[in-house]
Ligand binder design. Structure first.
Ligand code: IPD
Ligand code: CA
Length: 269
């Protein structure tokens, strides 16, 4: 008999894949682009139509659940289950036709993420996870190796906010981090970065200011693959501050990020 968690994993995967196919086909037809929180924060017609399609599929299958979508979908449910949706994570990549974008769907039960899926159609990869049941990419189990690389050999992903003041602080943080690691990657989709840690394509990823939709599915996928997950300061994830890495790198990265924070000049530019 399948458990609720397994059912939610299967349903989130099916709907994320359908959402990704919808977004890809709409992309080929052409789309309008708008801005949201700042001139750098893009949203397209396809973000909105993909969210609408995902919401309709969820409510057809589970009409009494709650949901939260990046493009405005919000609904209180009565079942304790809430779907947290980013219809396109990596909208800038989507607009410019860079492959690093994904549909991300996490599912909470009583406020805790227990299942989720991230579908990356341009990379032909679909990740999923369920709490206590592991993570997969295209059906193959993901598990971090026993041994972490030394920090100096770690490939570290990060991302940037759409707020220019926050970006200035994020750039300054890299002044301290970059000389101490193998290199930095800025792929442009937090959900893809989190899955990349799970798959060993990144040794670590950190960012501040993420939305719950950026994090819900990918955070569970990384944790189920054996990754450390915390905020930048090593405490529980809060306010979108996130550090996900091989557990063997966590202490040194928390220390490096704390040093980076002390060295930030936060005076107005
Ligand atoms: C953004 C991407 C980006 C990250 C930003 C997110 P969006 O999501 O995940 O990589 O750096 O913090 O807001 O706007 O493309 O859905
Ligand atoms: Ca988005």
């Amino acid at each position: 008999m399948t458990t609720l968690t397994q059912q939610l994993r299967e349903l989130s995967t099916t709907i994320a894949v359908a959402g990704a196919e919808h977004a890809l086909s709409q992309r080929r037809l052409g789309f309008g682009v708008d801005t949201k929180s700042s001139m750098t924060d893009l949203v397209t017609d396809v973000d909105r139509s993909t969210e609408a399609m995902i919401v309709s599929r969820i409510l057809t299958a589970r009409p009494d659940d709650g949901l939260l979508g990046e493009e405005g979908g919000e609904r209180a449910g009565t079942t304790g289950v809430r779907w947290v949706i980013d219809p396109i994570d990596g909208t800038t990549n989507f607009v410019y036709d860079h492959p690093g974008w994904a549909v991300s769907i996490g599912v909470e039960v009583d406020g805790v993420v227990v299942a989720g899926a991230v579908a990356c159609p341009s990379l032909s990869m679909t990740y999923s996870a369920a709490a206590g049941e592991g993570a997969t990419c295209n059906g193959a189990a993901l598990q971090l190796p026993d041994t972490a690389p030394p920090l100096a050999h770690a490939l570290v992903g990060t991302g940037f906010s759409y707020d220019s003041h926050t970006r200035r602080r994020q750039a300054q943080r890299l002044v301290t981090v970059l000389p101490n690691v193998r290199d930095i990657r800025r792929v442009g989709a937090a959900a893809v970065d989190l899955c990349s840690v799970a798959a060993g394509r990144l040794d670590a990823y950190f960012e501040e200011g993420l939305g719950p939709w950026d994090l819900a599915a990918g955070g569970l996928i990384a944790a189920e693959a054996g990754a450390h997950t915390s905020s930048l300061d090593g405490g529980p994830i809060a306010d979108g501050s996130v550090l996900v890495c091989h557990p063997g790198l966590a202490a040194e990265l928390v220390e490096l990020l704390a040093r980076a924070a002390r060295e930030i000049d936060d005076s107005p530019s």
